[in-house]
Write a protein that binds this ligand. Sequence first.
Ligand code: M1P
Length: 250
Amino acid sequence: MERDTKTVFLFDVDGTLTASRKVIEPEMARFMEDLKSQVKVALVGGSDLVKIAEQLGGDDVIHKFDYVFAENGLVAYKEGQQIGQQNILKHMGEEVLQKVINFSLHYMSQLTLPAKRGTFIEFRSSMINICPVGRSCSQAERDAFAAYDQEHQVREKFKLALEKEFQGAGLQFAIGGQISIDVFPEGWNKTYCLRFMENDVDTIHFFGDKTEKGGNDYEIFADPRTVGHSVTSPEDTRKQVTEVLNSLKH
Ligand code: M1P
């Protein structure tokens, strides 16, 4: 089949192309290479570009995909060239951001968890990532927090407290991965990246695992500009992509 450049397959990273924060499996990497010979392929992750590159084959990641959108697309690359960069500090101002950071540090200081390590707040170019266990935790501590969180809804309760405290402040709070909450201005969710593709292609197929309300794939999955596909694992992604490809050939 001739490459269909009017169709893009857009993928979330964690839980969709890779296991959470893990490196892409060789089989999945080969599958994506083959897919790129048939349609355009794109990535959209909540993580920053450094983390996305770690998971998807190093600095070359911006050349392996037609589009790479880090931090929900607030940091955007097309065909290896940077085409967008936003700044939360300029957008929200120091005062609001400090209130969020102070409130979060205070809230987290009252939590007792299986483990607490370091880097409870990570300041990124377009979002703040808040992490009760601390981003410097080990893989075992990450897994222990994830299990504890499932049982005790630590992040869900924290997110509700943030939403109550910052009602009307123009901020959005999203549970993306396993151990943290992303904070960004309203509208800076994954739908932000669509502006960079919608004039280039006719159809955007989106594949993500956190597509339920409150998950960080929800808005883009439900957006009228995409055809949304909810997946449960990288294996399920391959299965669903193959089904969509087959339907395009008929
Ligand atoms: O899946 C995307 C998320 O990946 C990480 O989440 P966690 O460390 O909680 O598993 C973070 O980079 C987060 O910002 C991002 O949304």
